[in-house]
Design a protein around this ligand. Sequence first.
Ligand code: GLN
Length: 471
Amino acid sequence: MKIPKTIDELQEDLKKKKYSATELVRYYIERIKKYDKKINSFLTVSEEYAYSKAKAVDKIISNNKNFFNEFPLLGTVVAHKDLFLTEGIRTTAGSRVLSSYVPSYSATVCKRIEKAGAIMIGKVNCDAWAHGASGENSDFGPTKNPWNIRFVPGGSSSGSAASVSSGFATFSTGTDTGGSIRQPASFNNLVGLKPTYGAVSRYGVIAMASSLDCVGHLTKSVRDSKTIFDVVRGVDGKDSTVVNSKFQIPSSKLMKIGIPKEYFDVGIDGEVQKNVYSAIDVFRNAGYEIAEISLPHTKYGVATYYIIQTAETSSNLSRYDGIRYGEYRDKFGDEAKRRIMLGTYVLSAGYYDAYYLKATKVRSKIIEDFRKVFDLEGIDAIIAPVSPSPPFKLEERTDDPLKMYLSDILTVNASLAGLPSLAVPCGFSKNGLPIGFQIIGPKFSEYTLFKLGEFYQSQNNWINKEPDLEE
Ligand code: GLN
């Protein structure tokens, strides 16, 4: 069975009855059984559930082929990050604390995706509580990068990325607090959307750091990313940070793209620079105006993020007190404990002003940097690398938390500013590992990012390359 890469093509096949949704699910399940032992992307395969949904989908399709207009995700197969609550199906957050937790309701995003016709195939691995940039903090063992299993798939949405690039699902959901969708997407040759803070409901998604958490998804194409965004965005009445904002309508003229010099400074791997510069050339050659810009507070991003994020994390994790959801607090892993301690420290009397309060002020400076380029310099969108290096080797950074934290240097600033950012694949390193770039825009400019991303993929589509799982 040859499964196409995008939602449109998949639905075309289903319409033409090349295969049924049930056959599609069987194909994925068999593939997971055959190959996931070495990738470790799934924590729970919801086989029975998937077959029963597939049966329902097949019934809908046989009744009326036009249902594809009514159900935009009809027949697609989704893997949810194990941070998303799924009614009746175990949800662990990648942590032993929740190893036997079965939620009594589903996250808004899971419900909306299901209502649009998608079939959930299972729950995928992640760094415990979404703390990490490599997938190695999962209490259920690290996920491996399908492009080379000696390398990390990125994190924290490690299983979300590895499952889609391994061909175990059509798309996956993820969360991005400081880069956890964009970085694993770019380590796996995928498109990853971190929406504007407040564009998508987080109801039913286990919280990491509440002023930063965003819910998004990983796909092969930008067009699919847009299709899913249309389904999940908007007010649900259950997450008060969500607003039904007017989304920016993409400009019909050639836009002005800013290249932040701080994102290409020393410390960025040469191959990453080269590939991202070639992506920029695609826009330049098509007549887009490319301007060098400066975001001078970029260098304070990691320090600011790791104060604000740990403060909020320590507060959010206090609800796991051994009484309500699962196991005792001694089941927390090292990284969660580190963040609880750091966060408690920066919030404690005597240190609050010196660390937490100061970090919130620097955050304002970072927000202001972006505002200046978008509002005063007329920049429509920013293009930059996602990660300072291609995927790194397993265990390369596990002994040194600071080194791991520095993996986030190019993603945390958009998070601190609440801006949308779309990661798009732009090639491979010499040893065959994926590299991506990100397009960052002003708040609620998602459709501008999609337009730019779709243009890039129309010129240079790397998604036709696939990892070889037989190796
Ligand atoms: N790597 C970052 C961290 O560990 C980002 C995590 C995330 O976005 N969930 O905090």
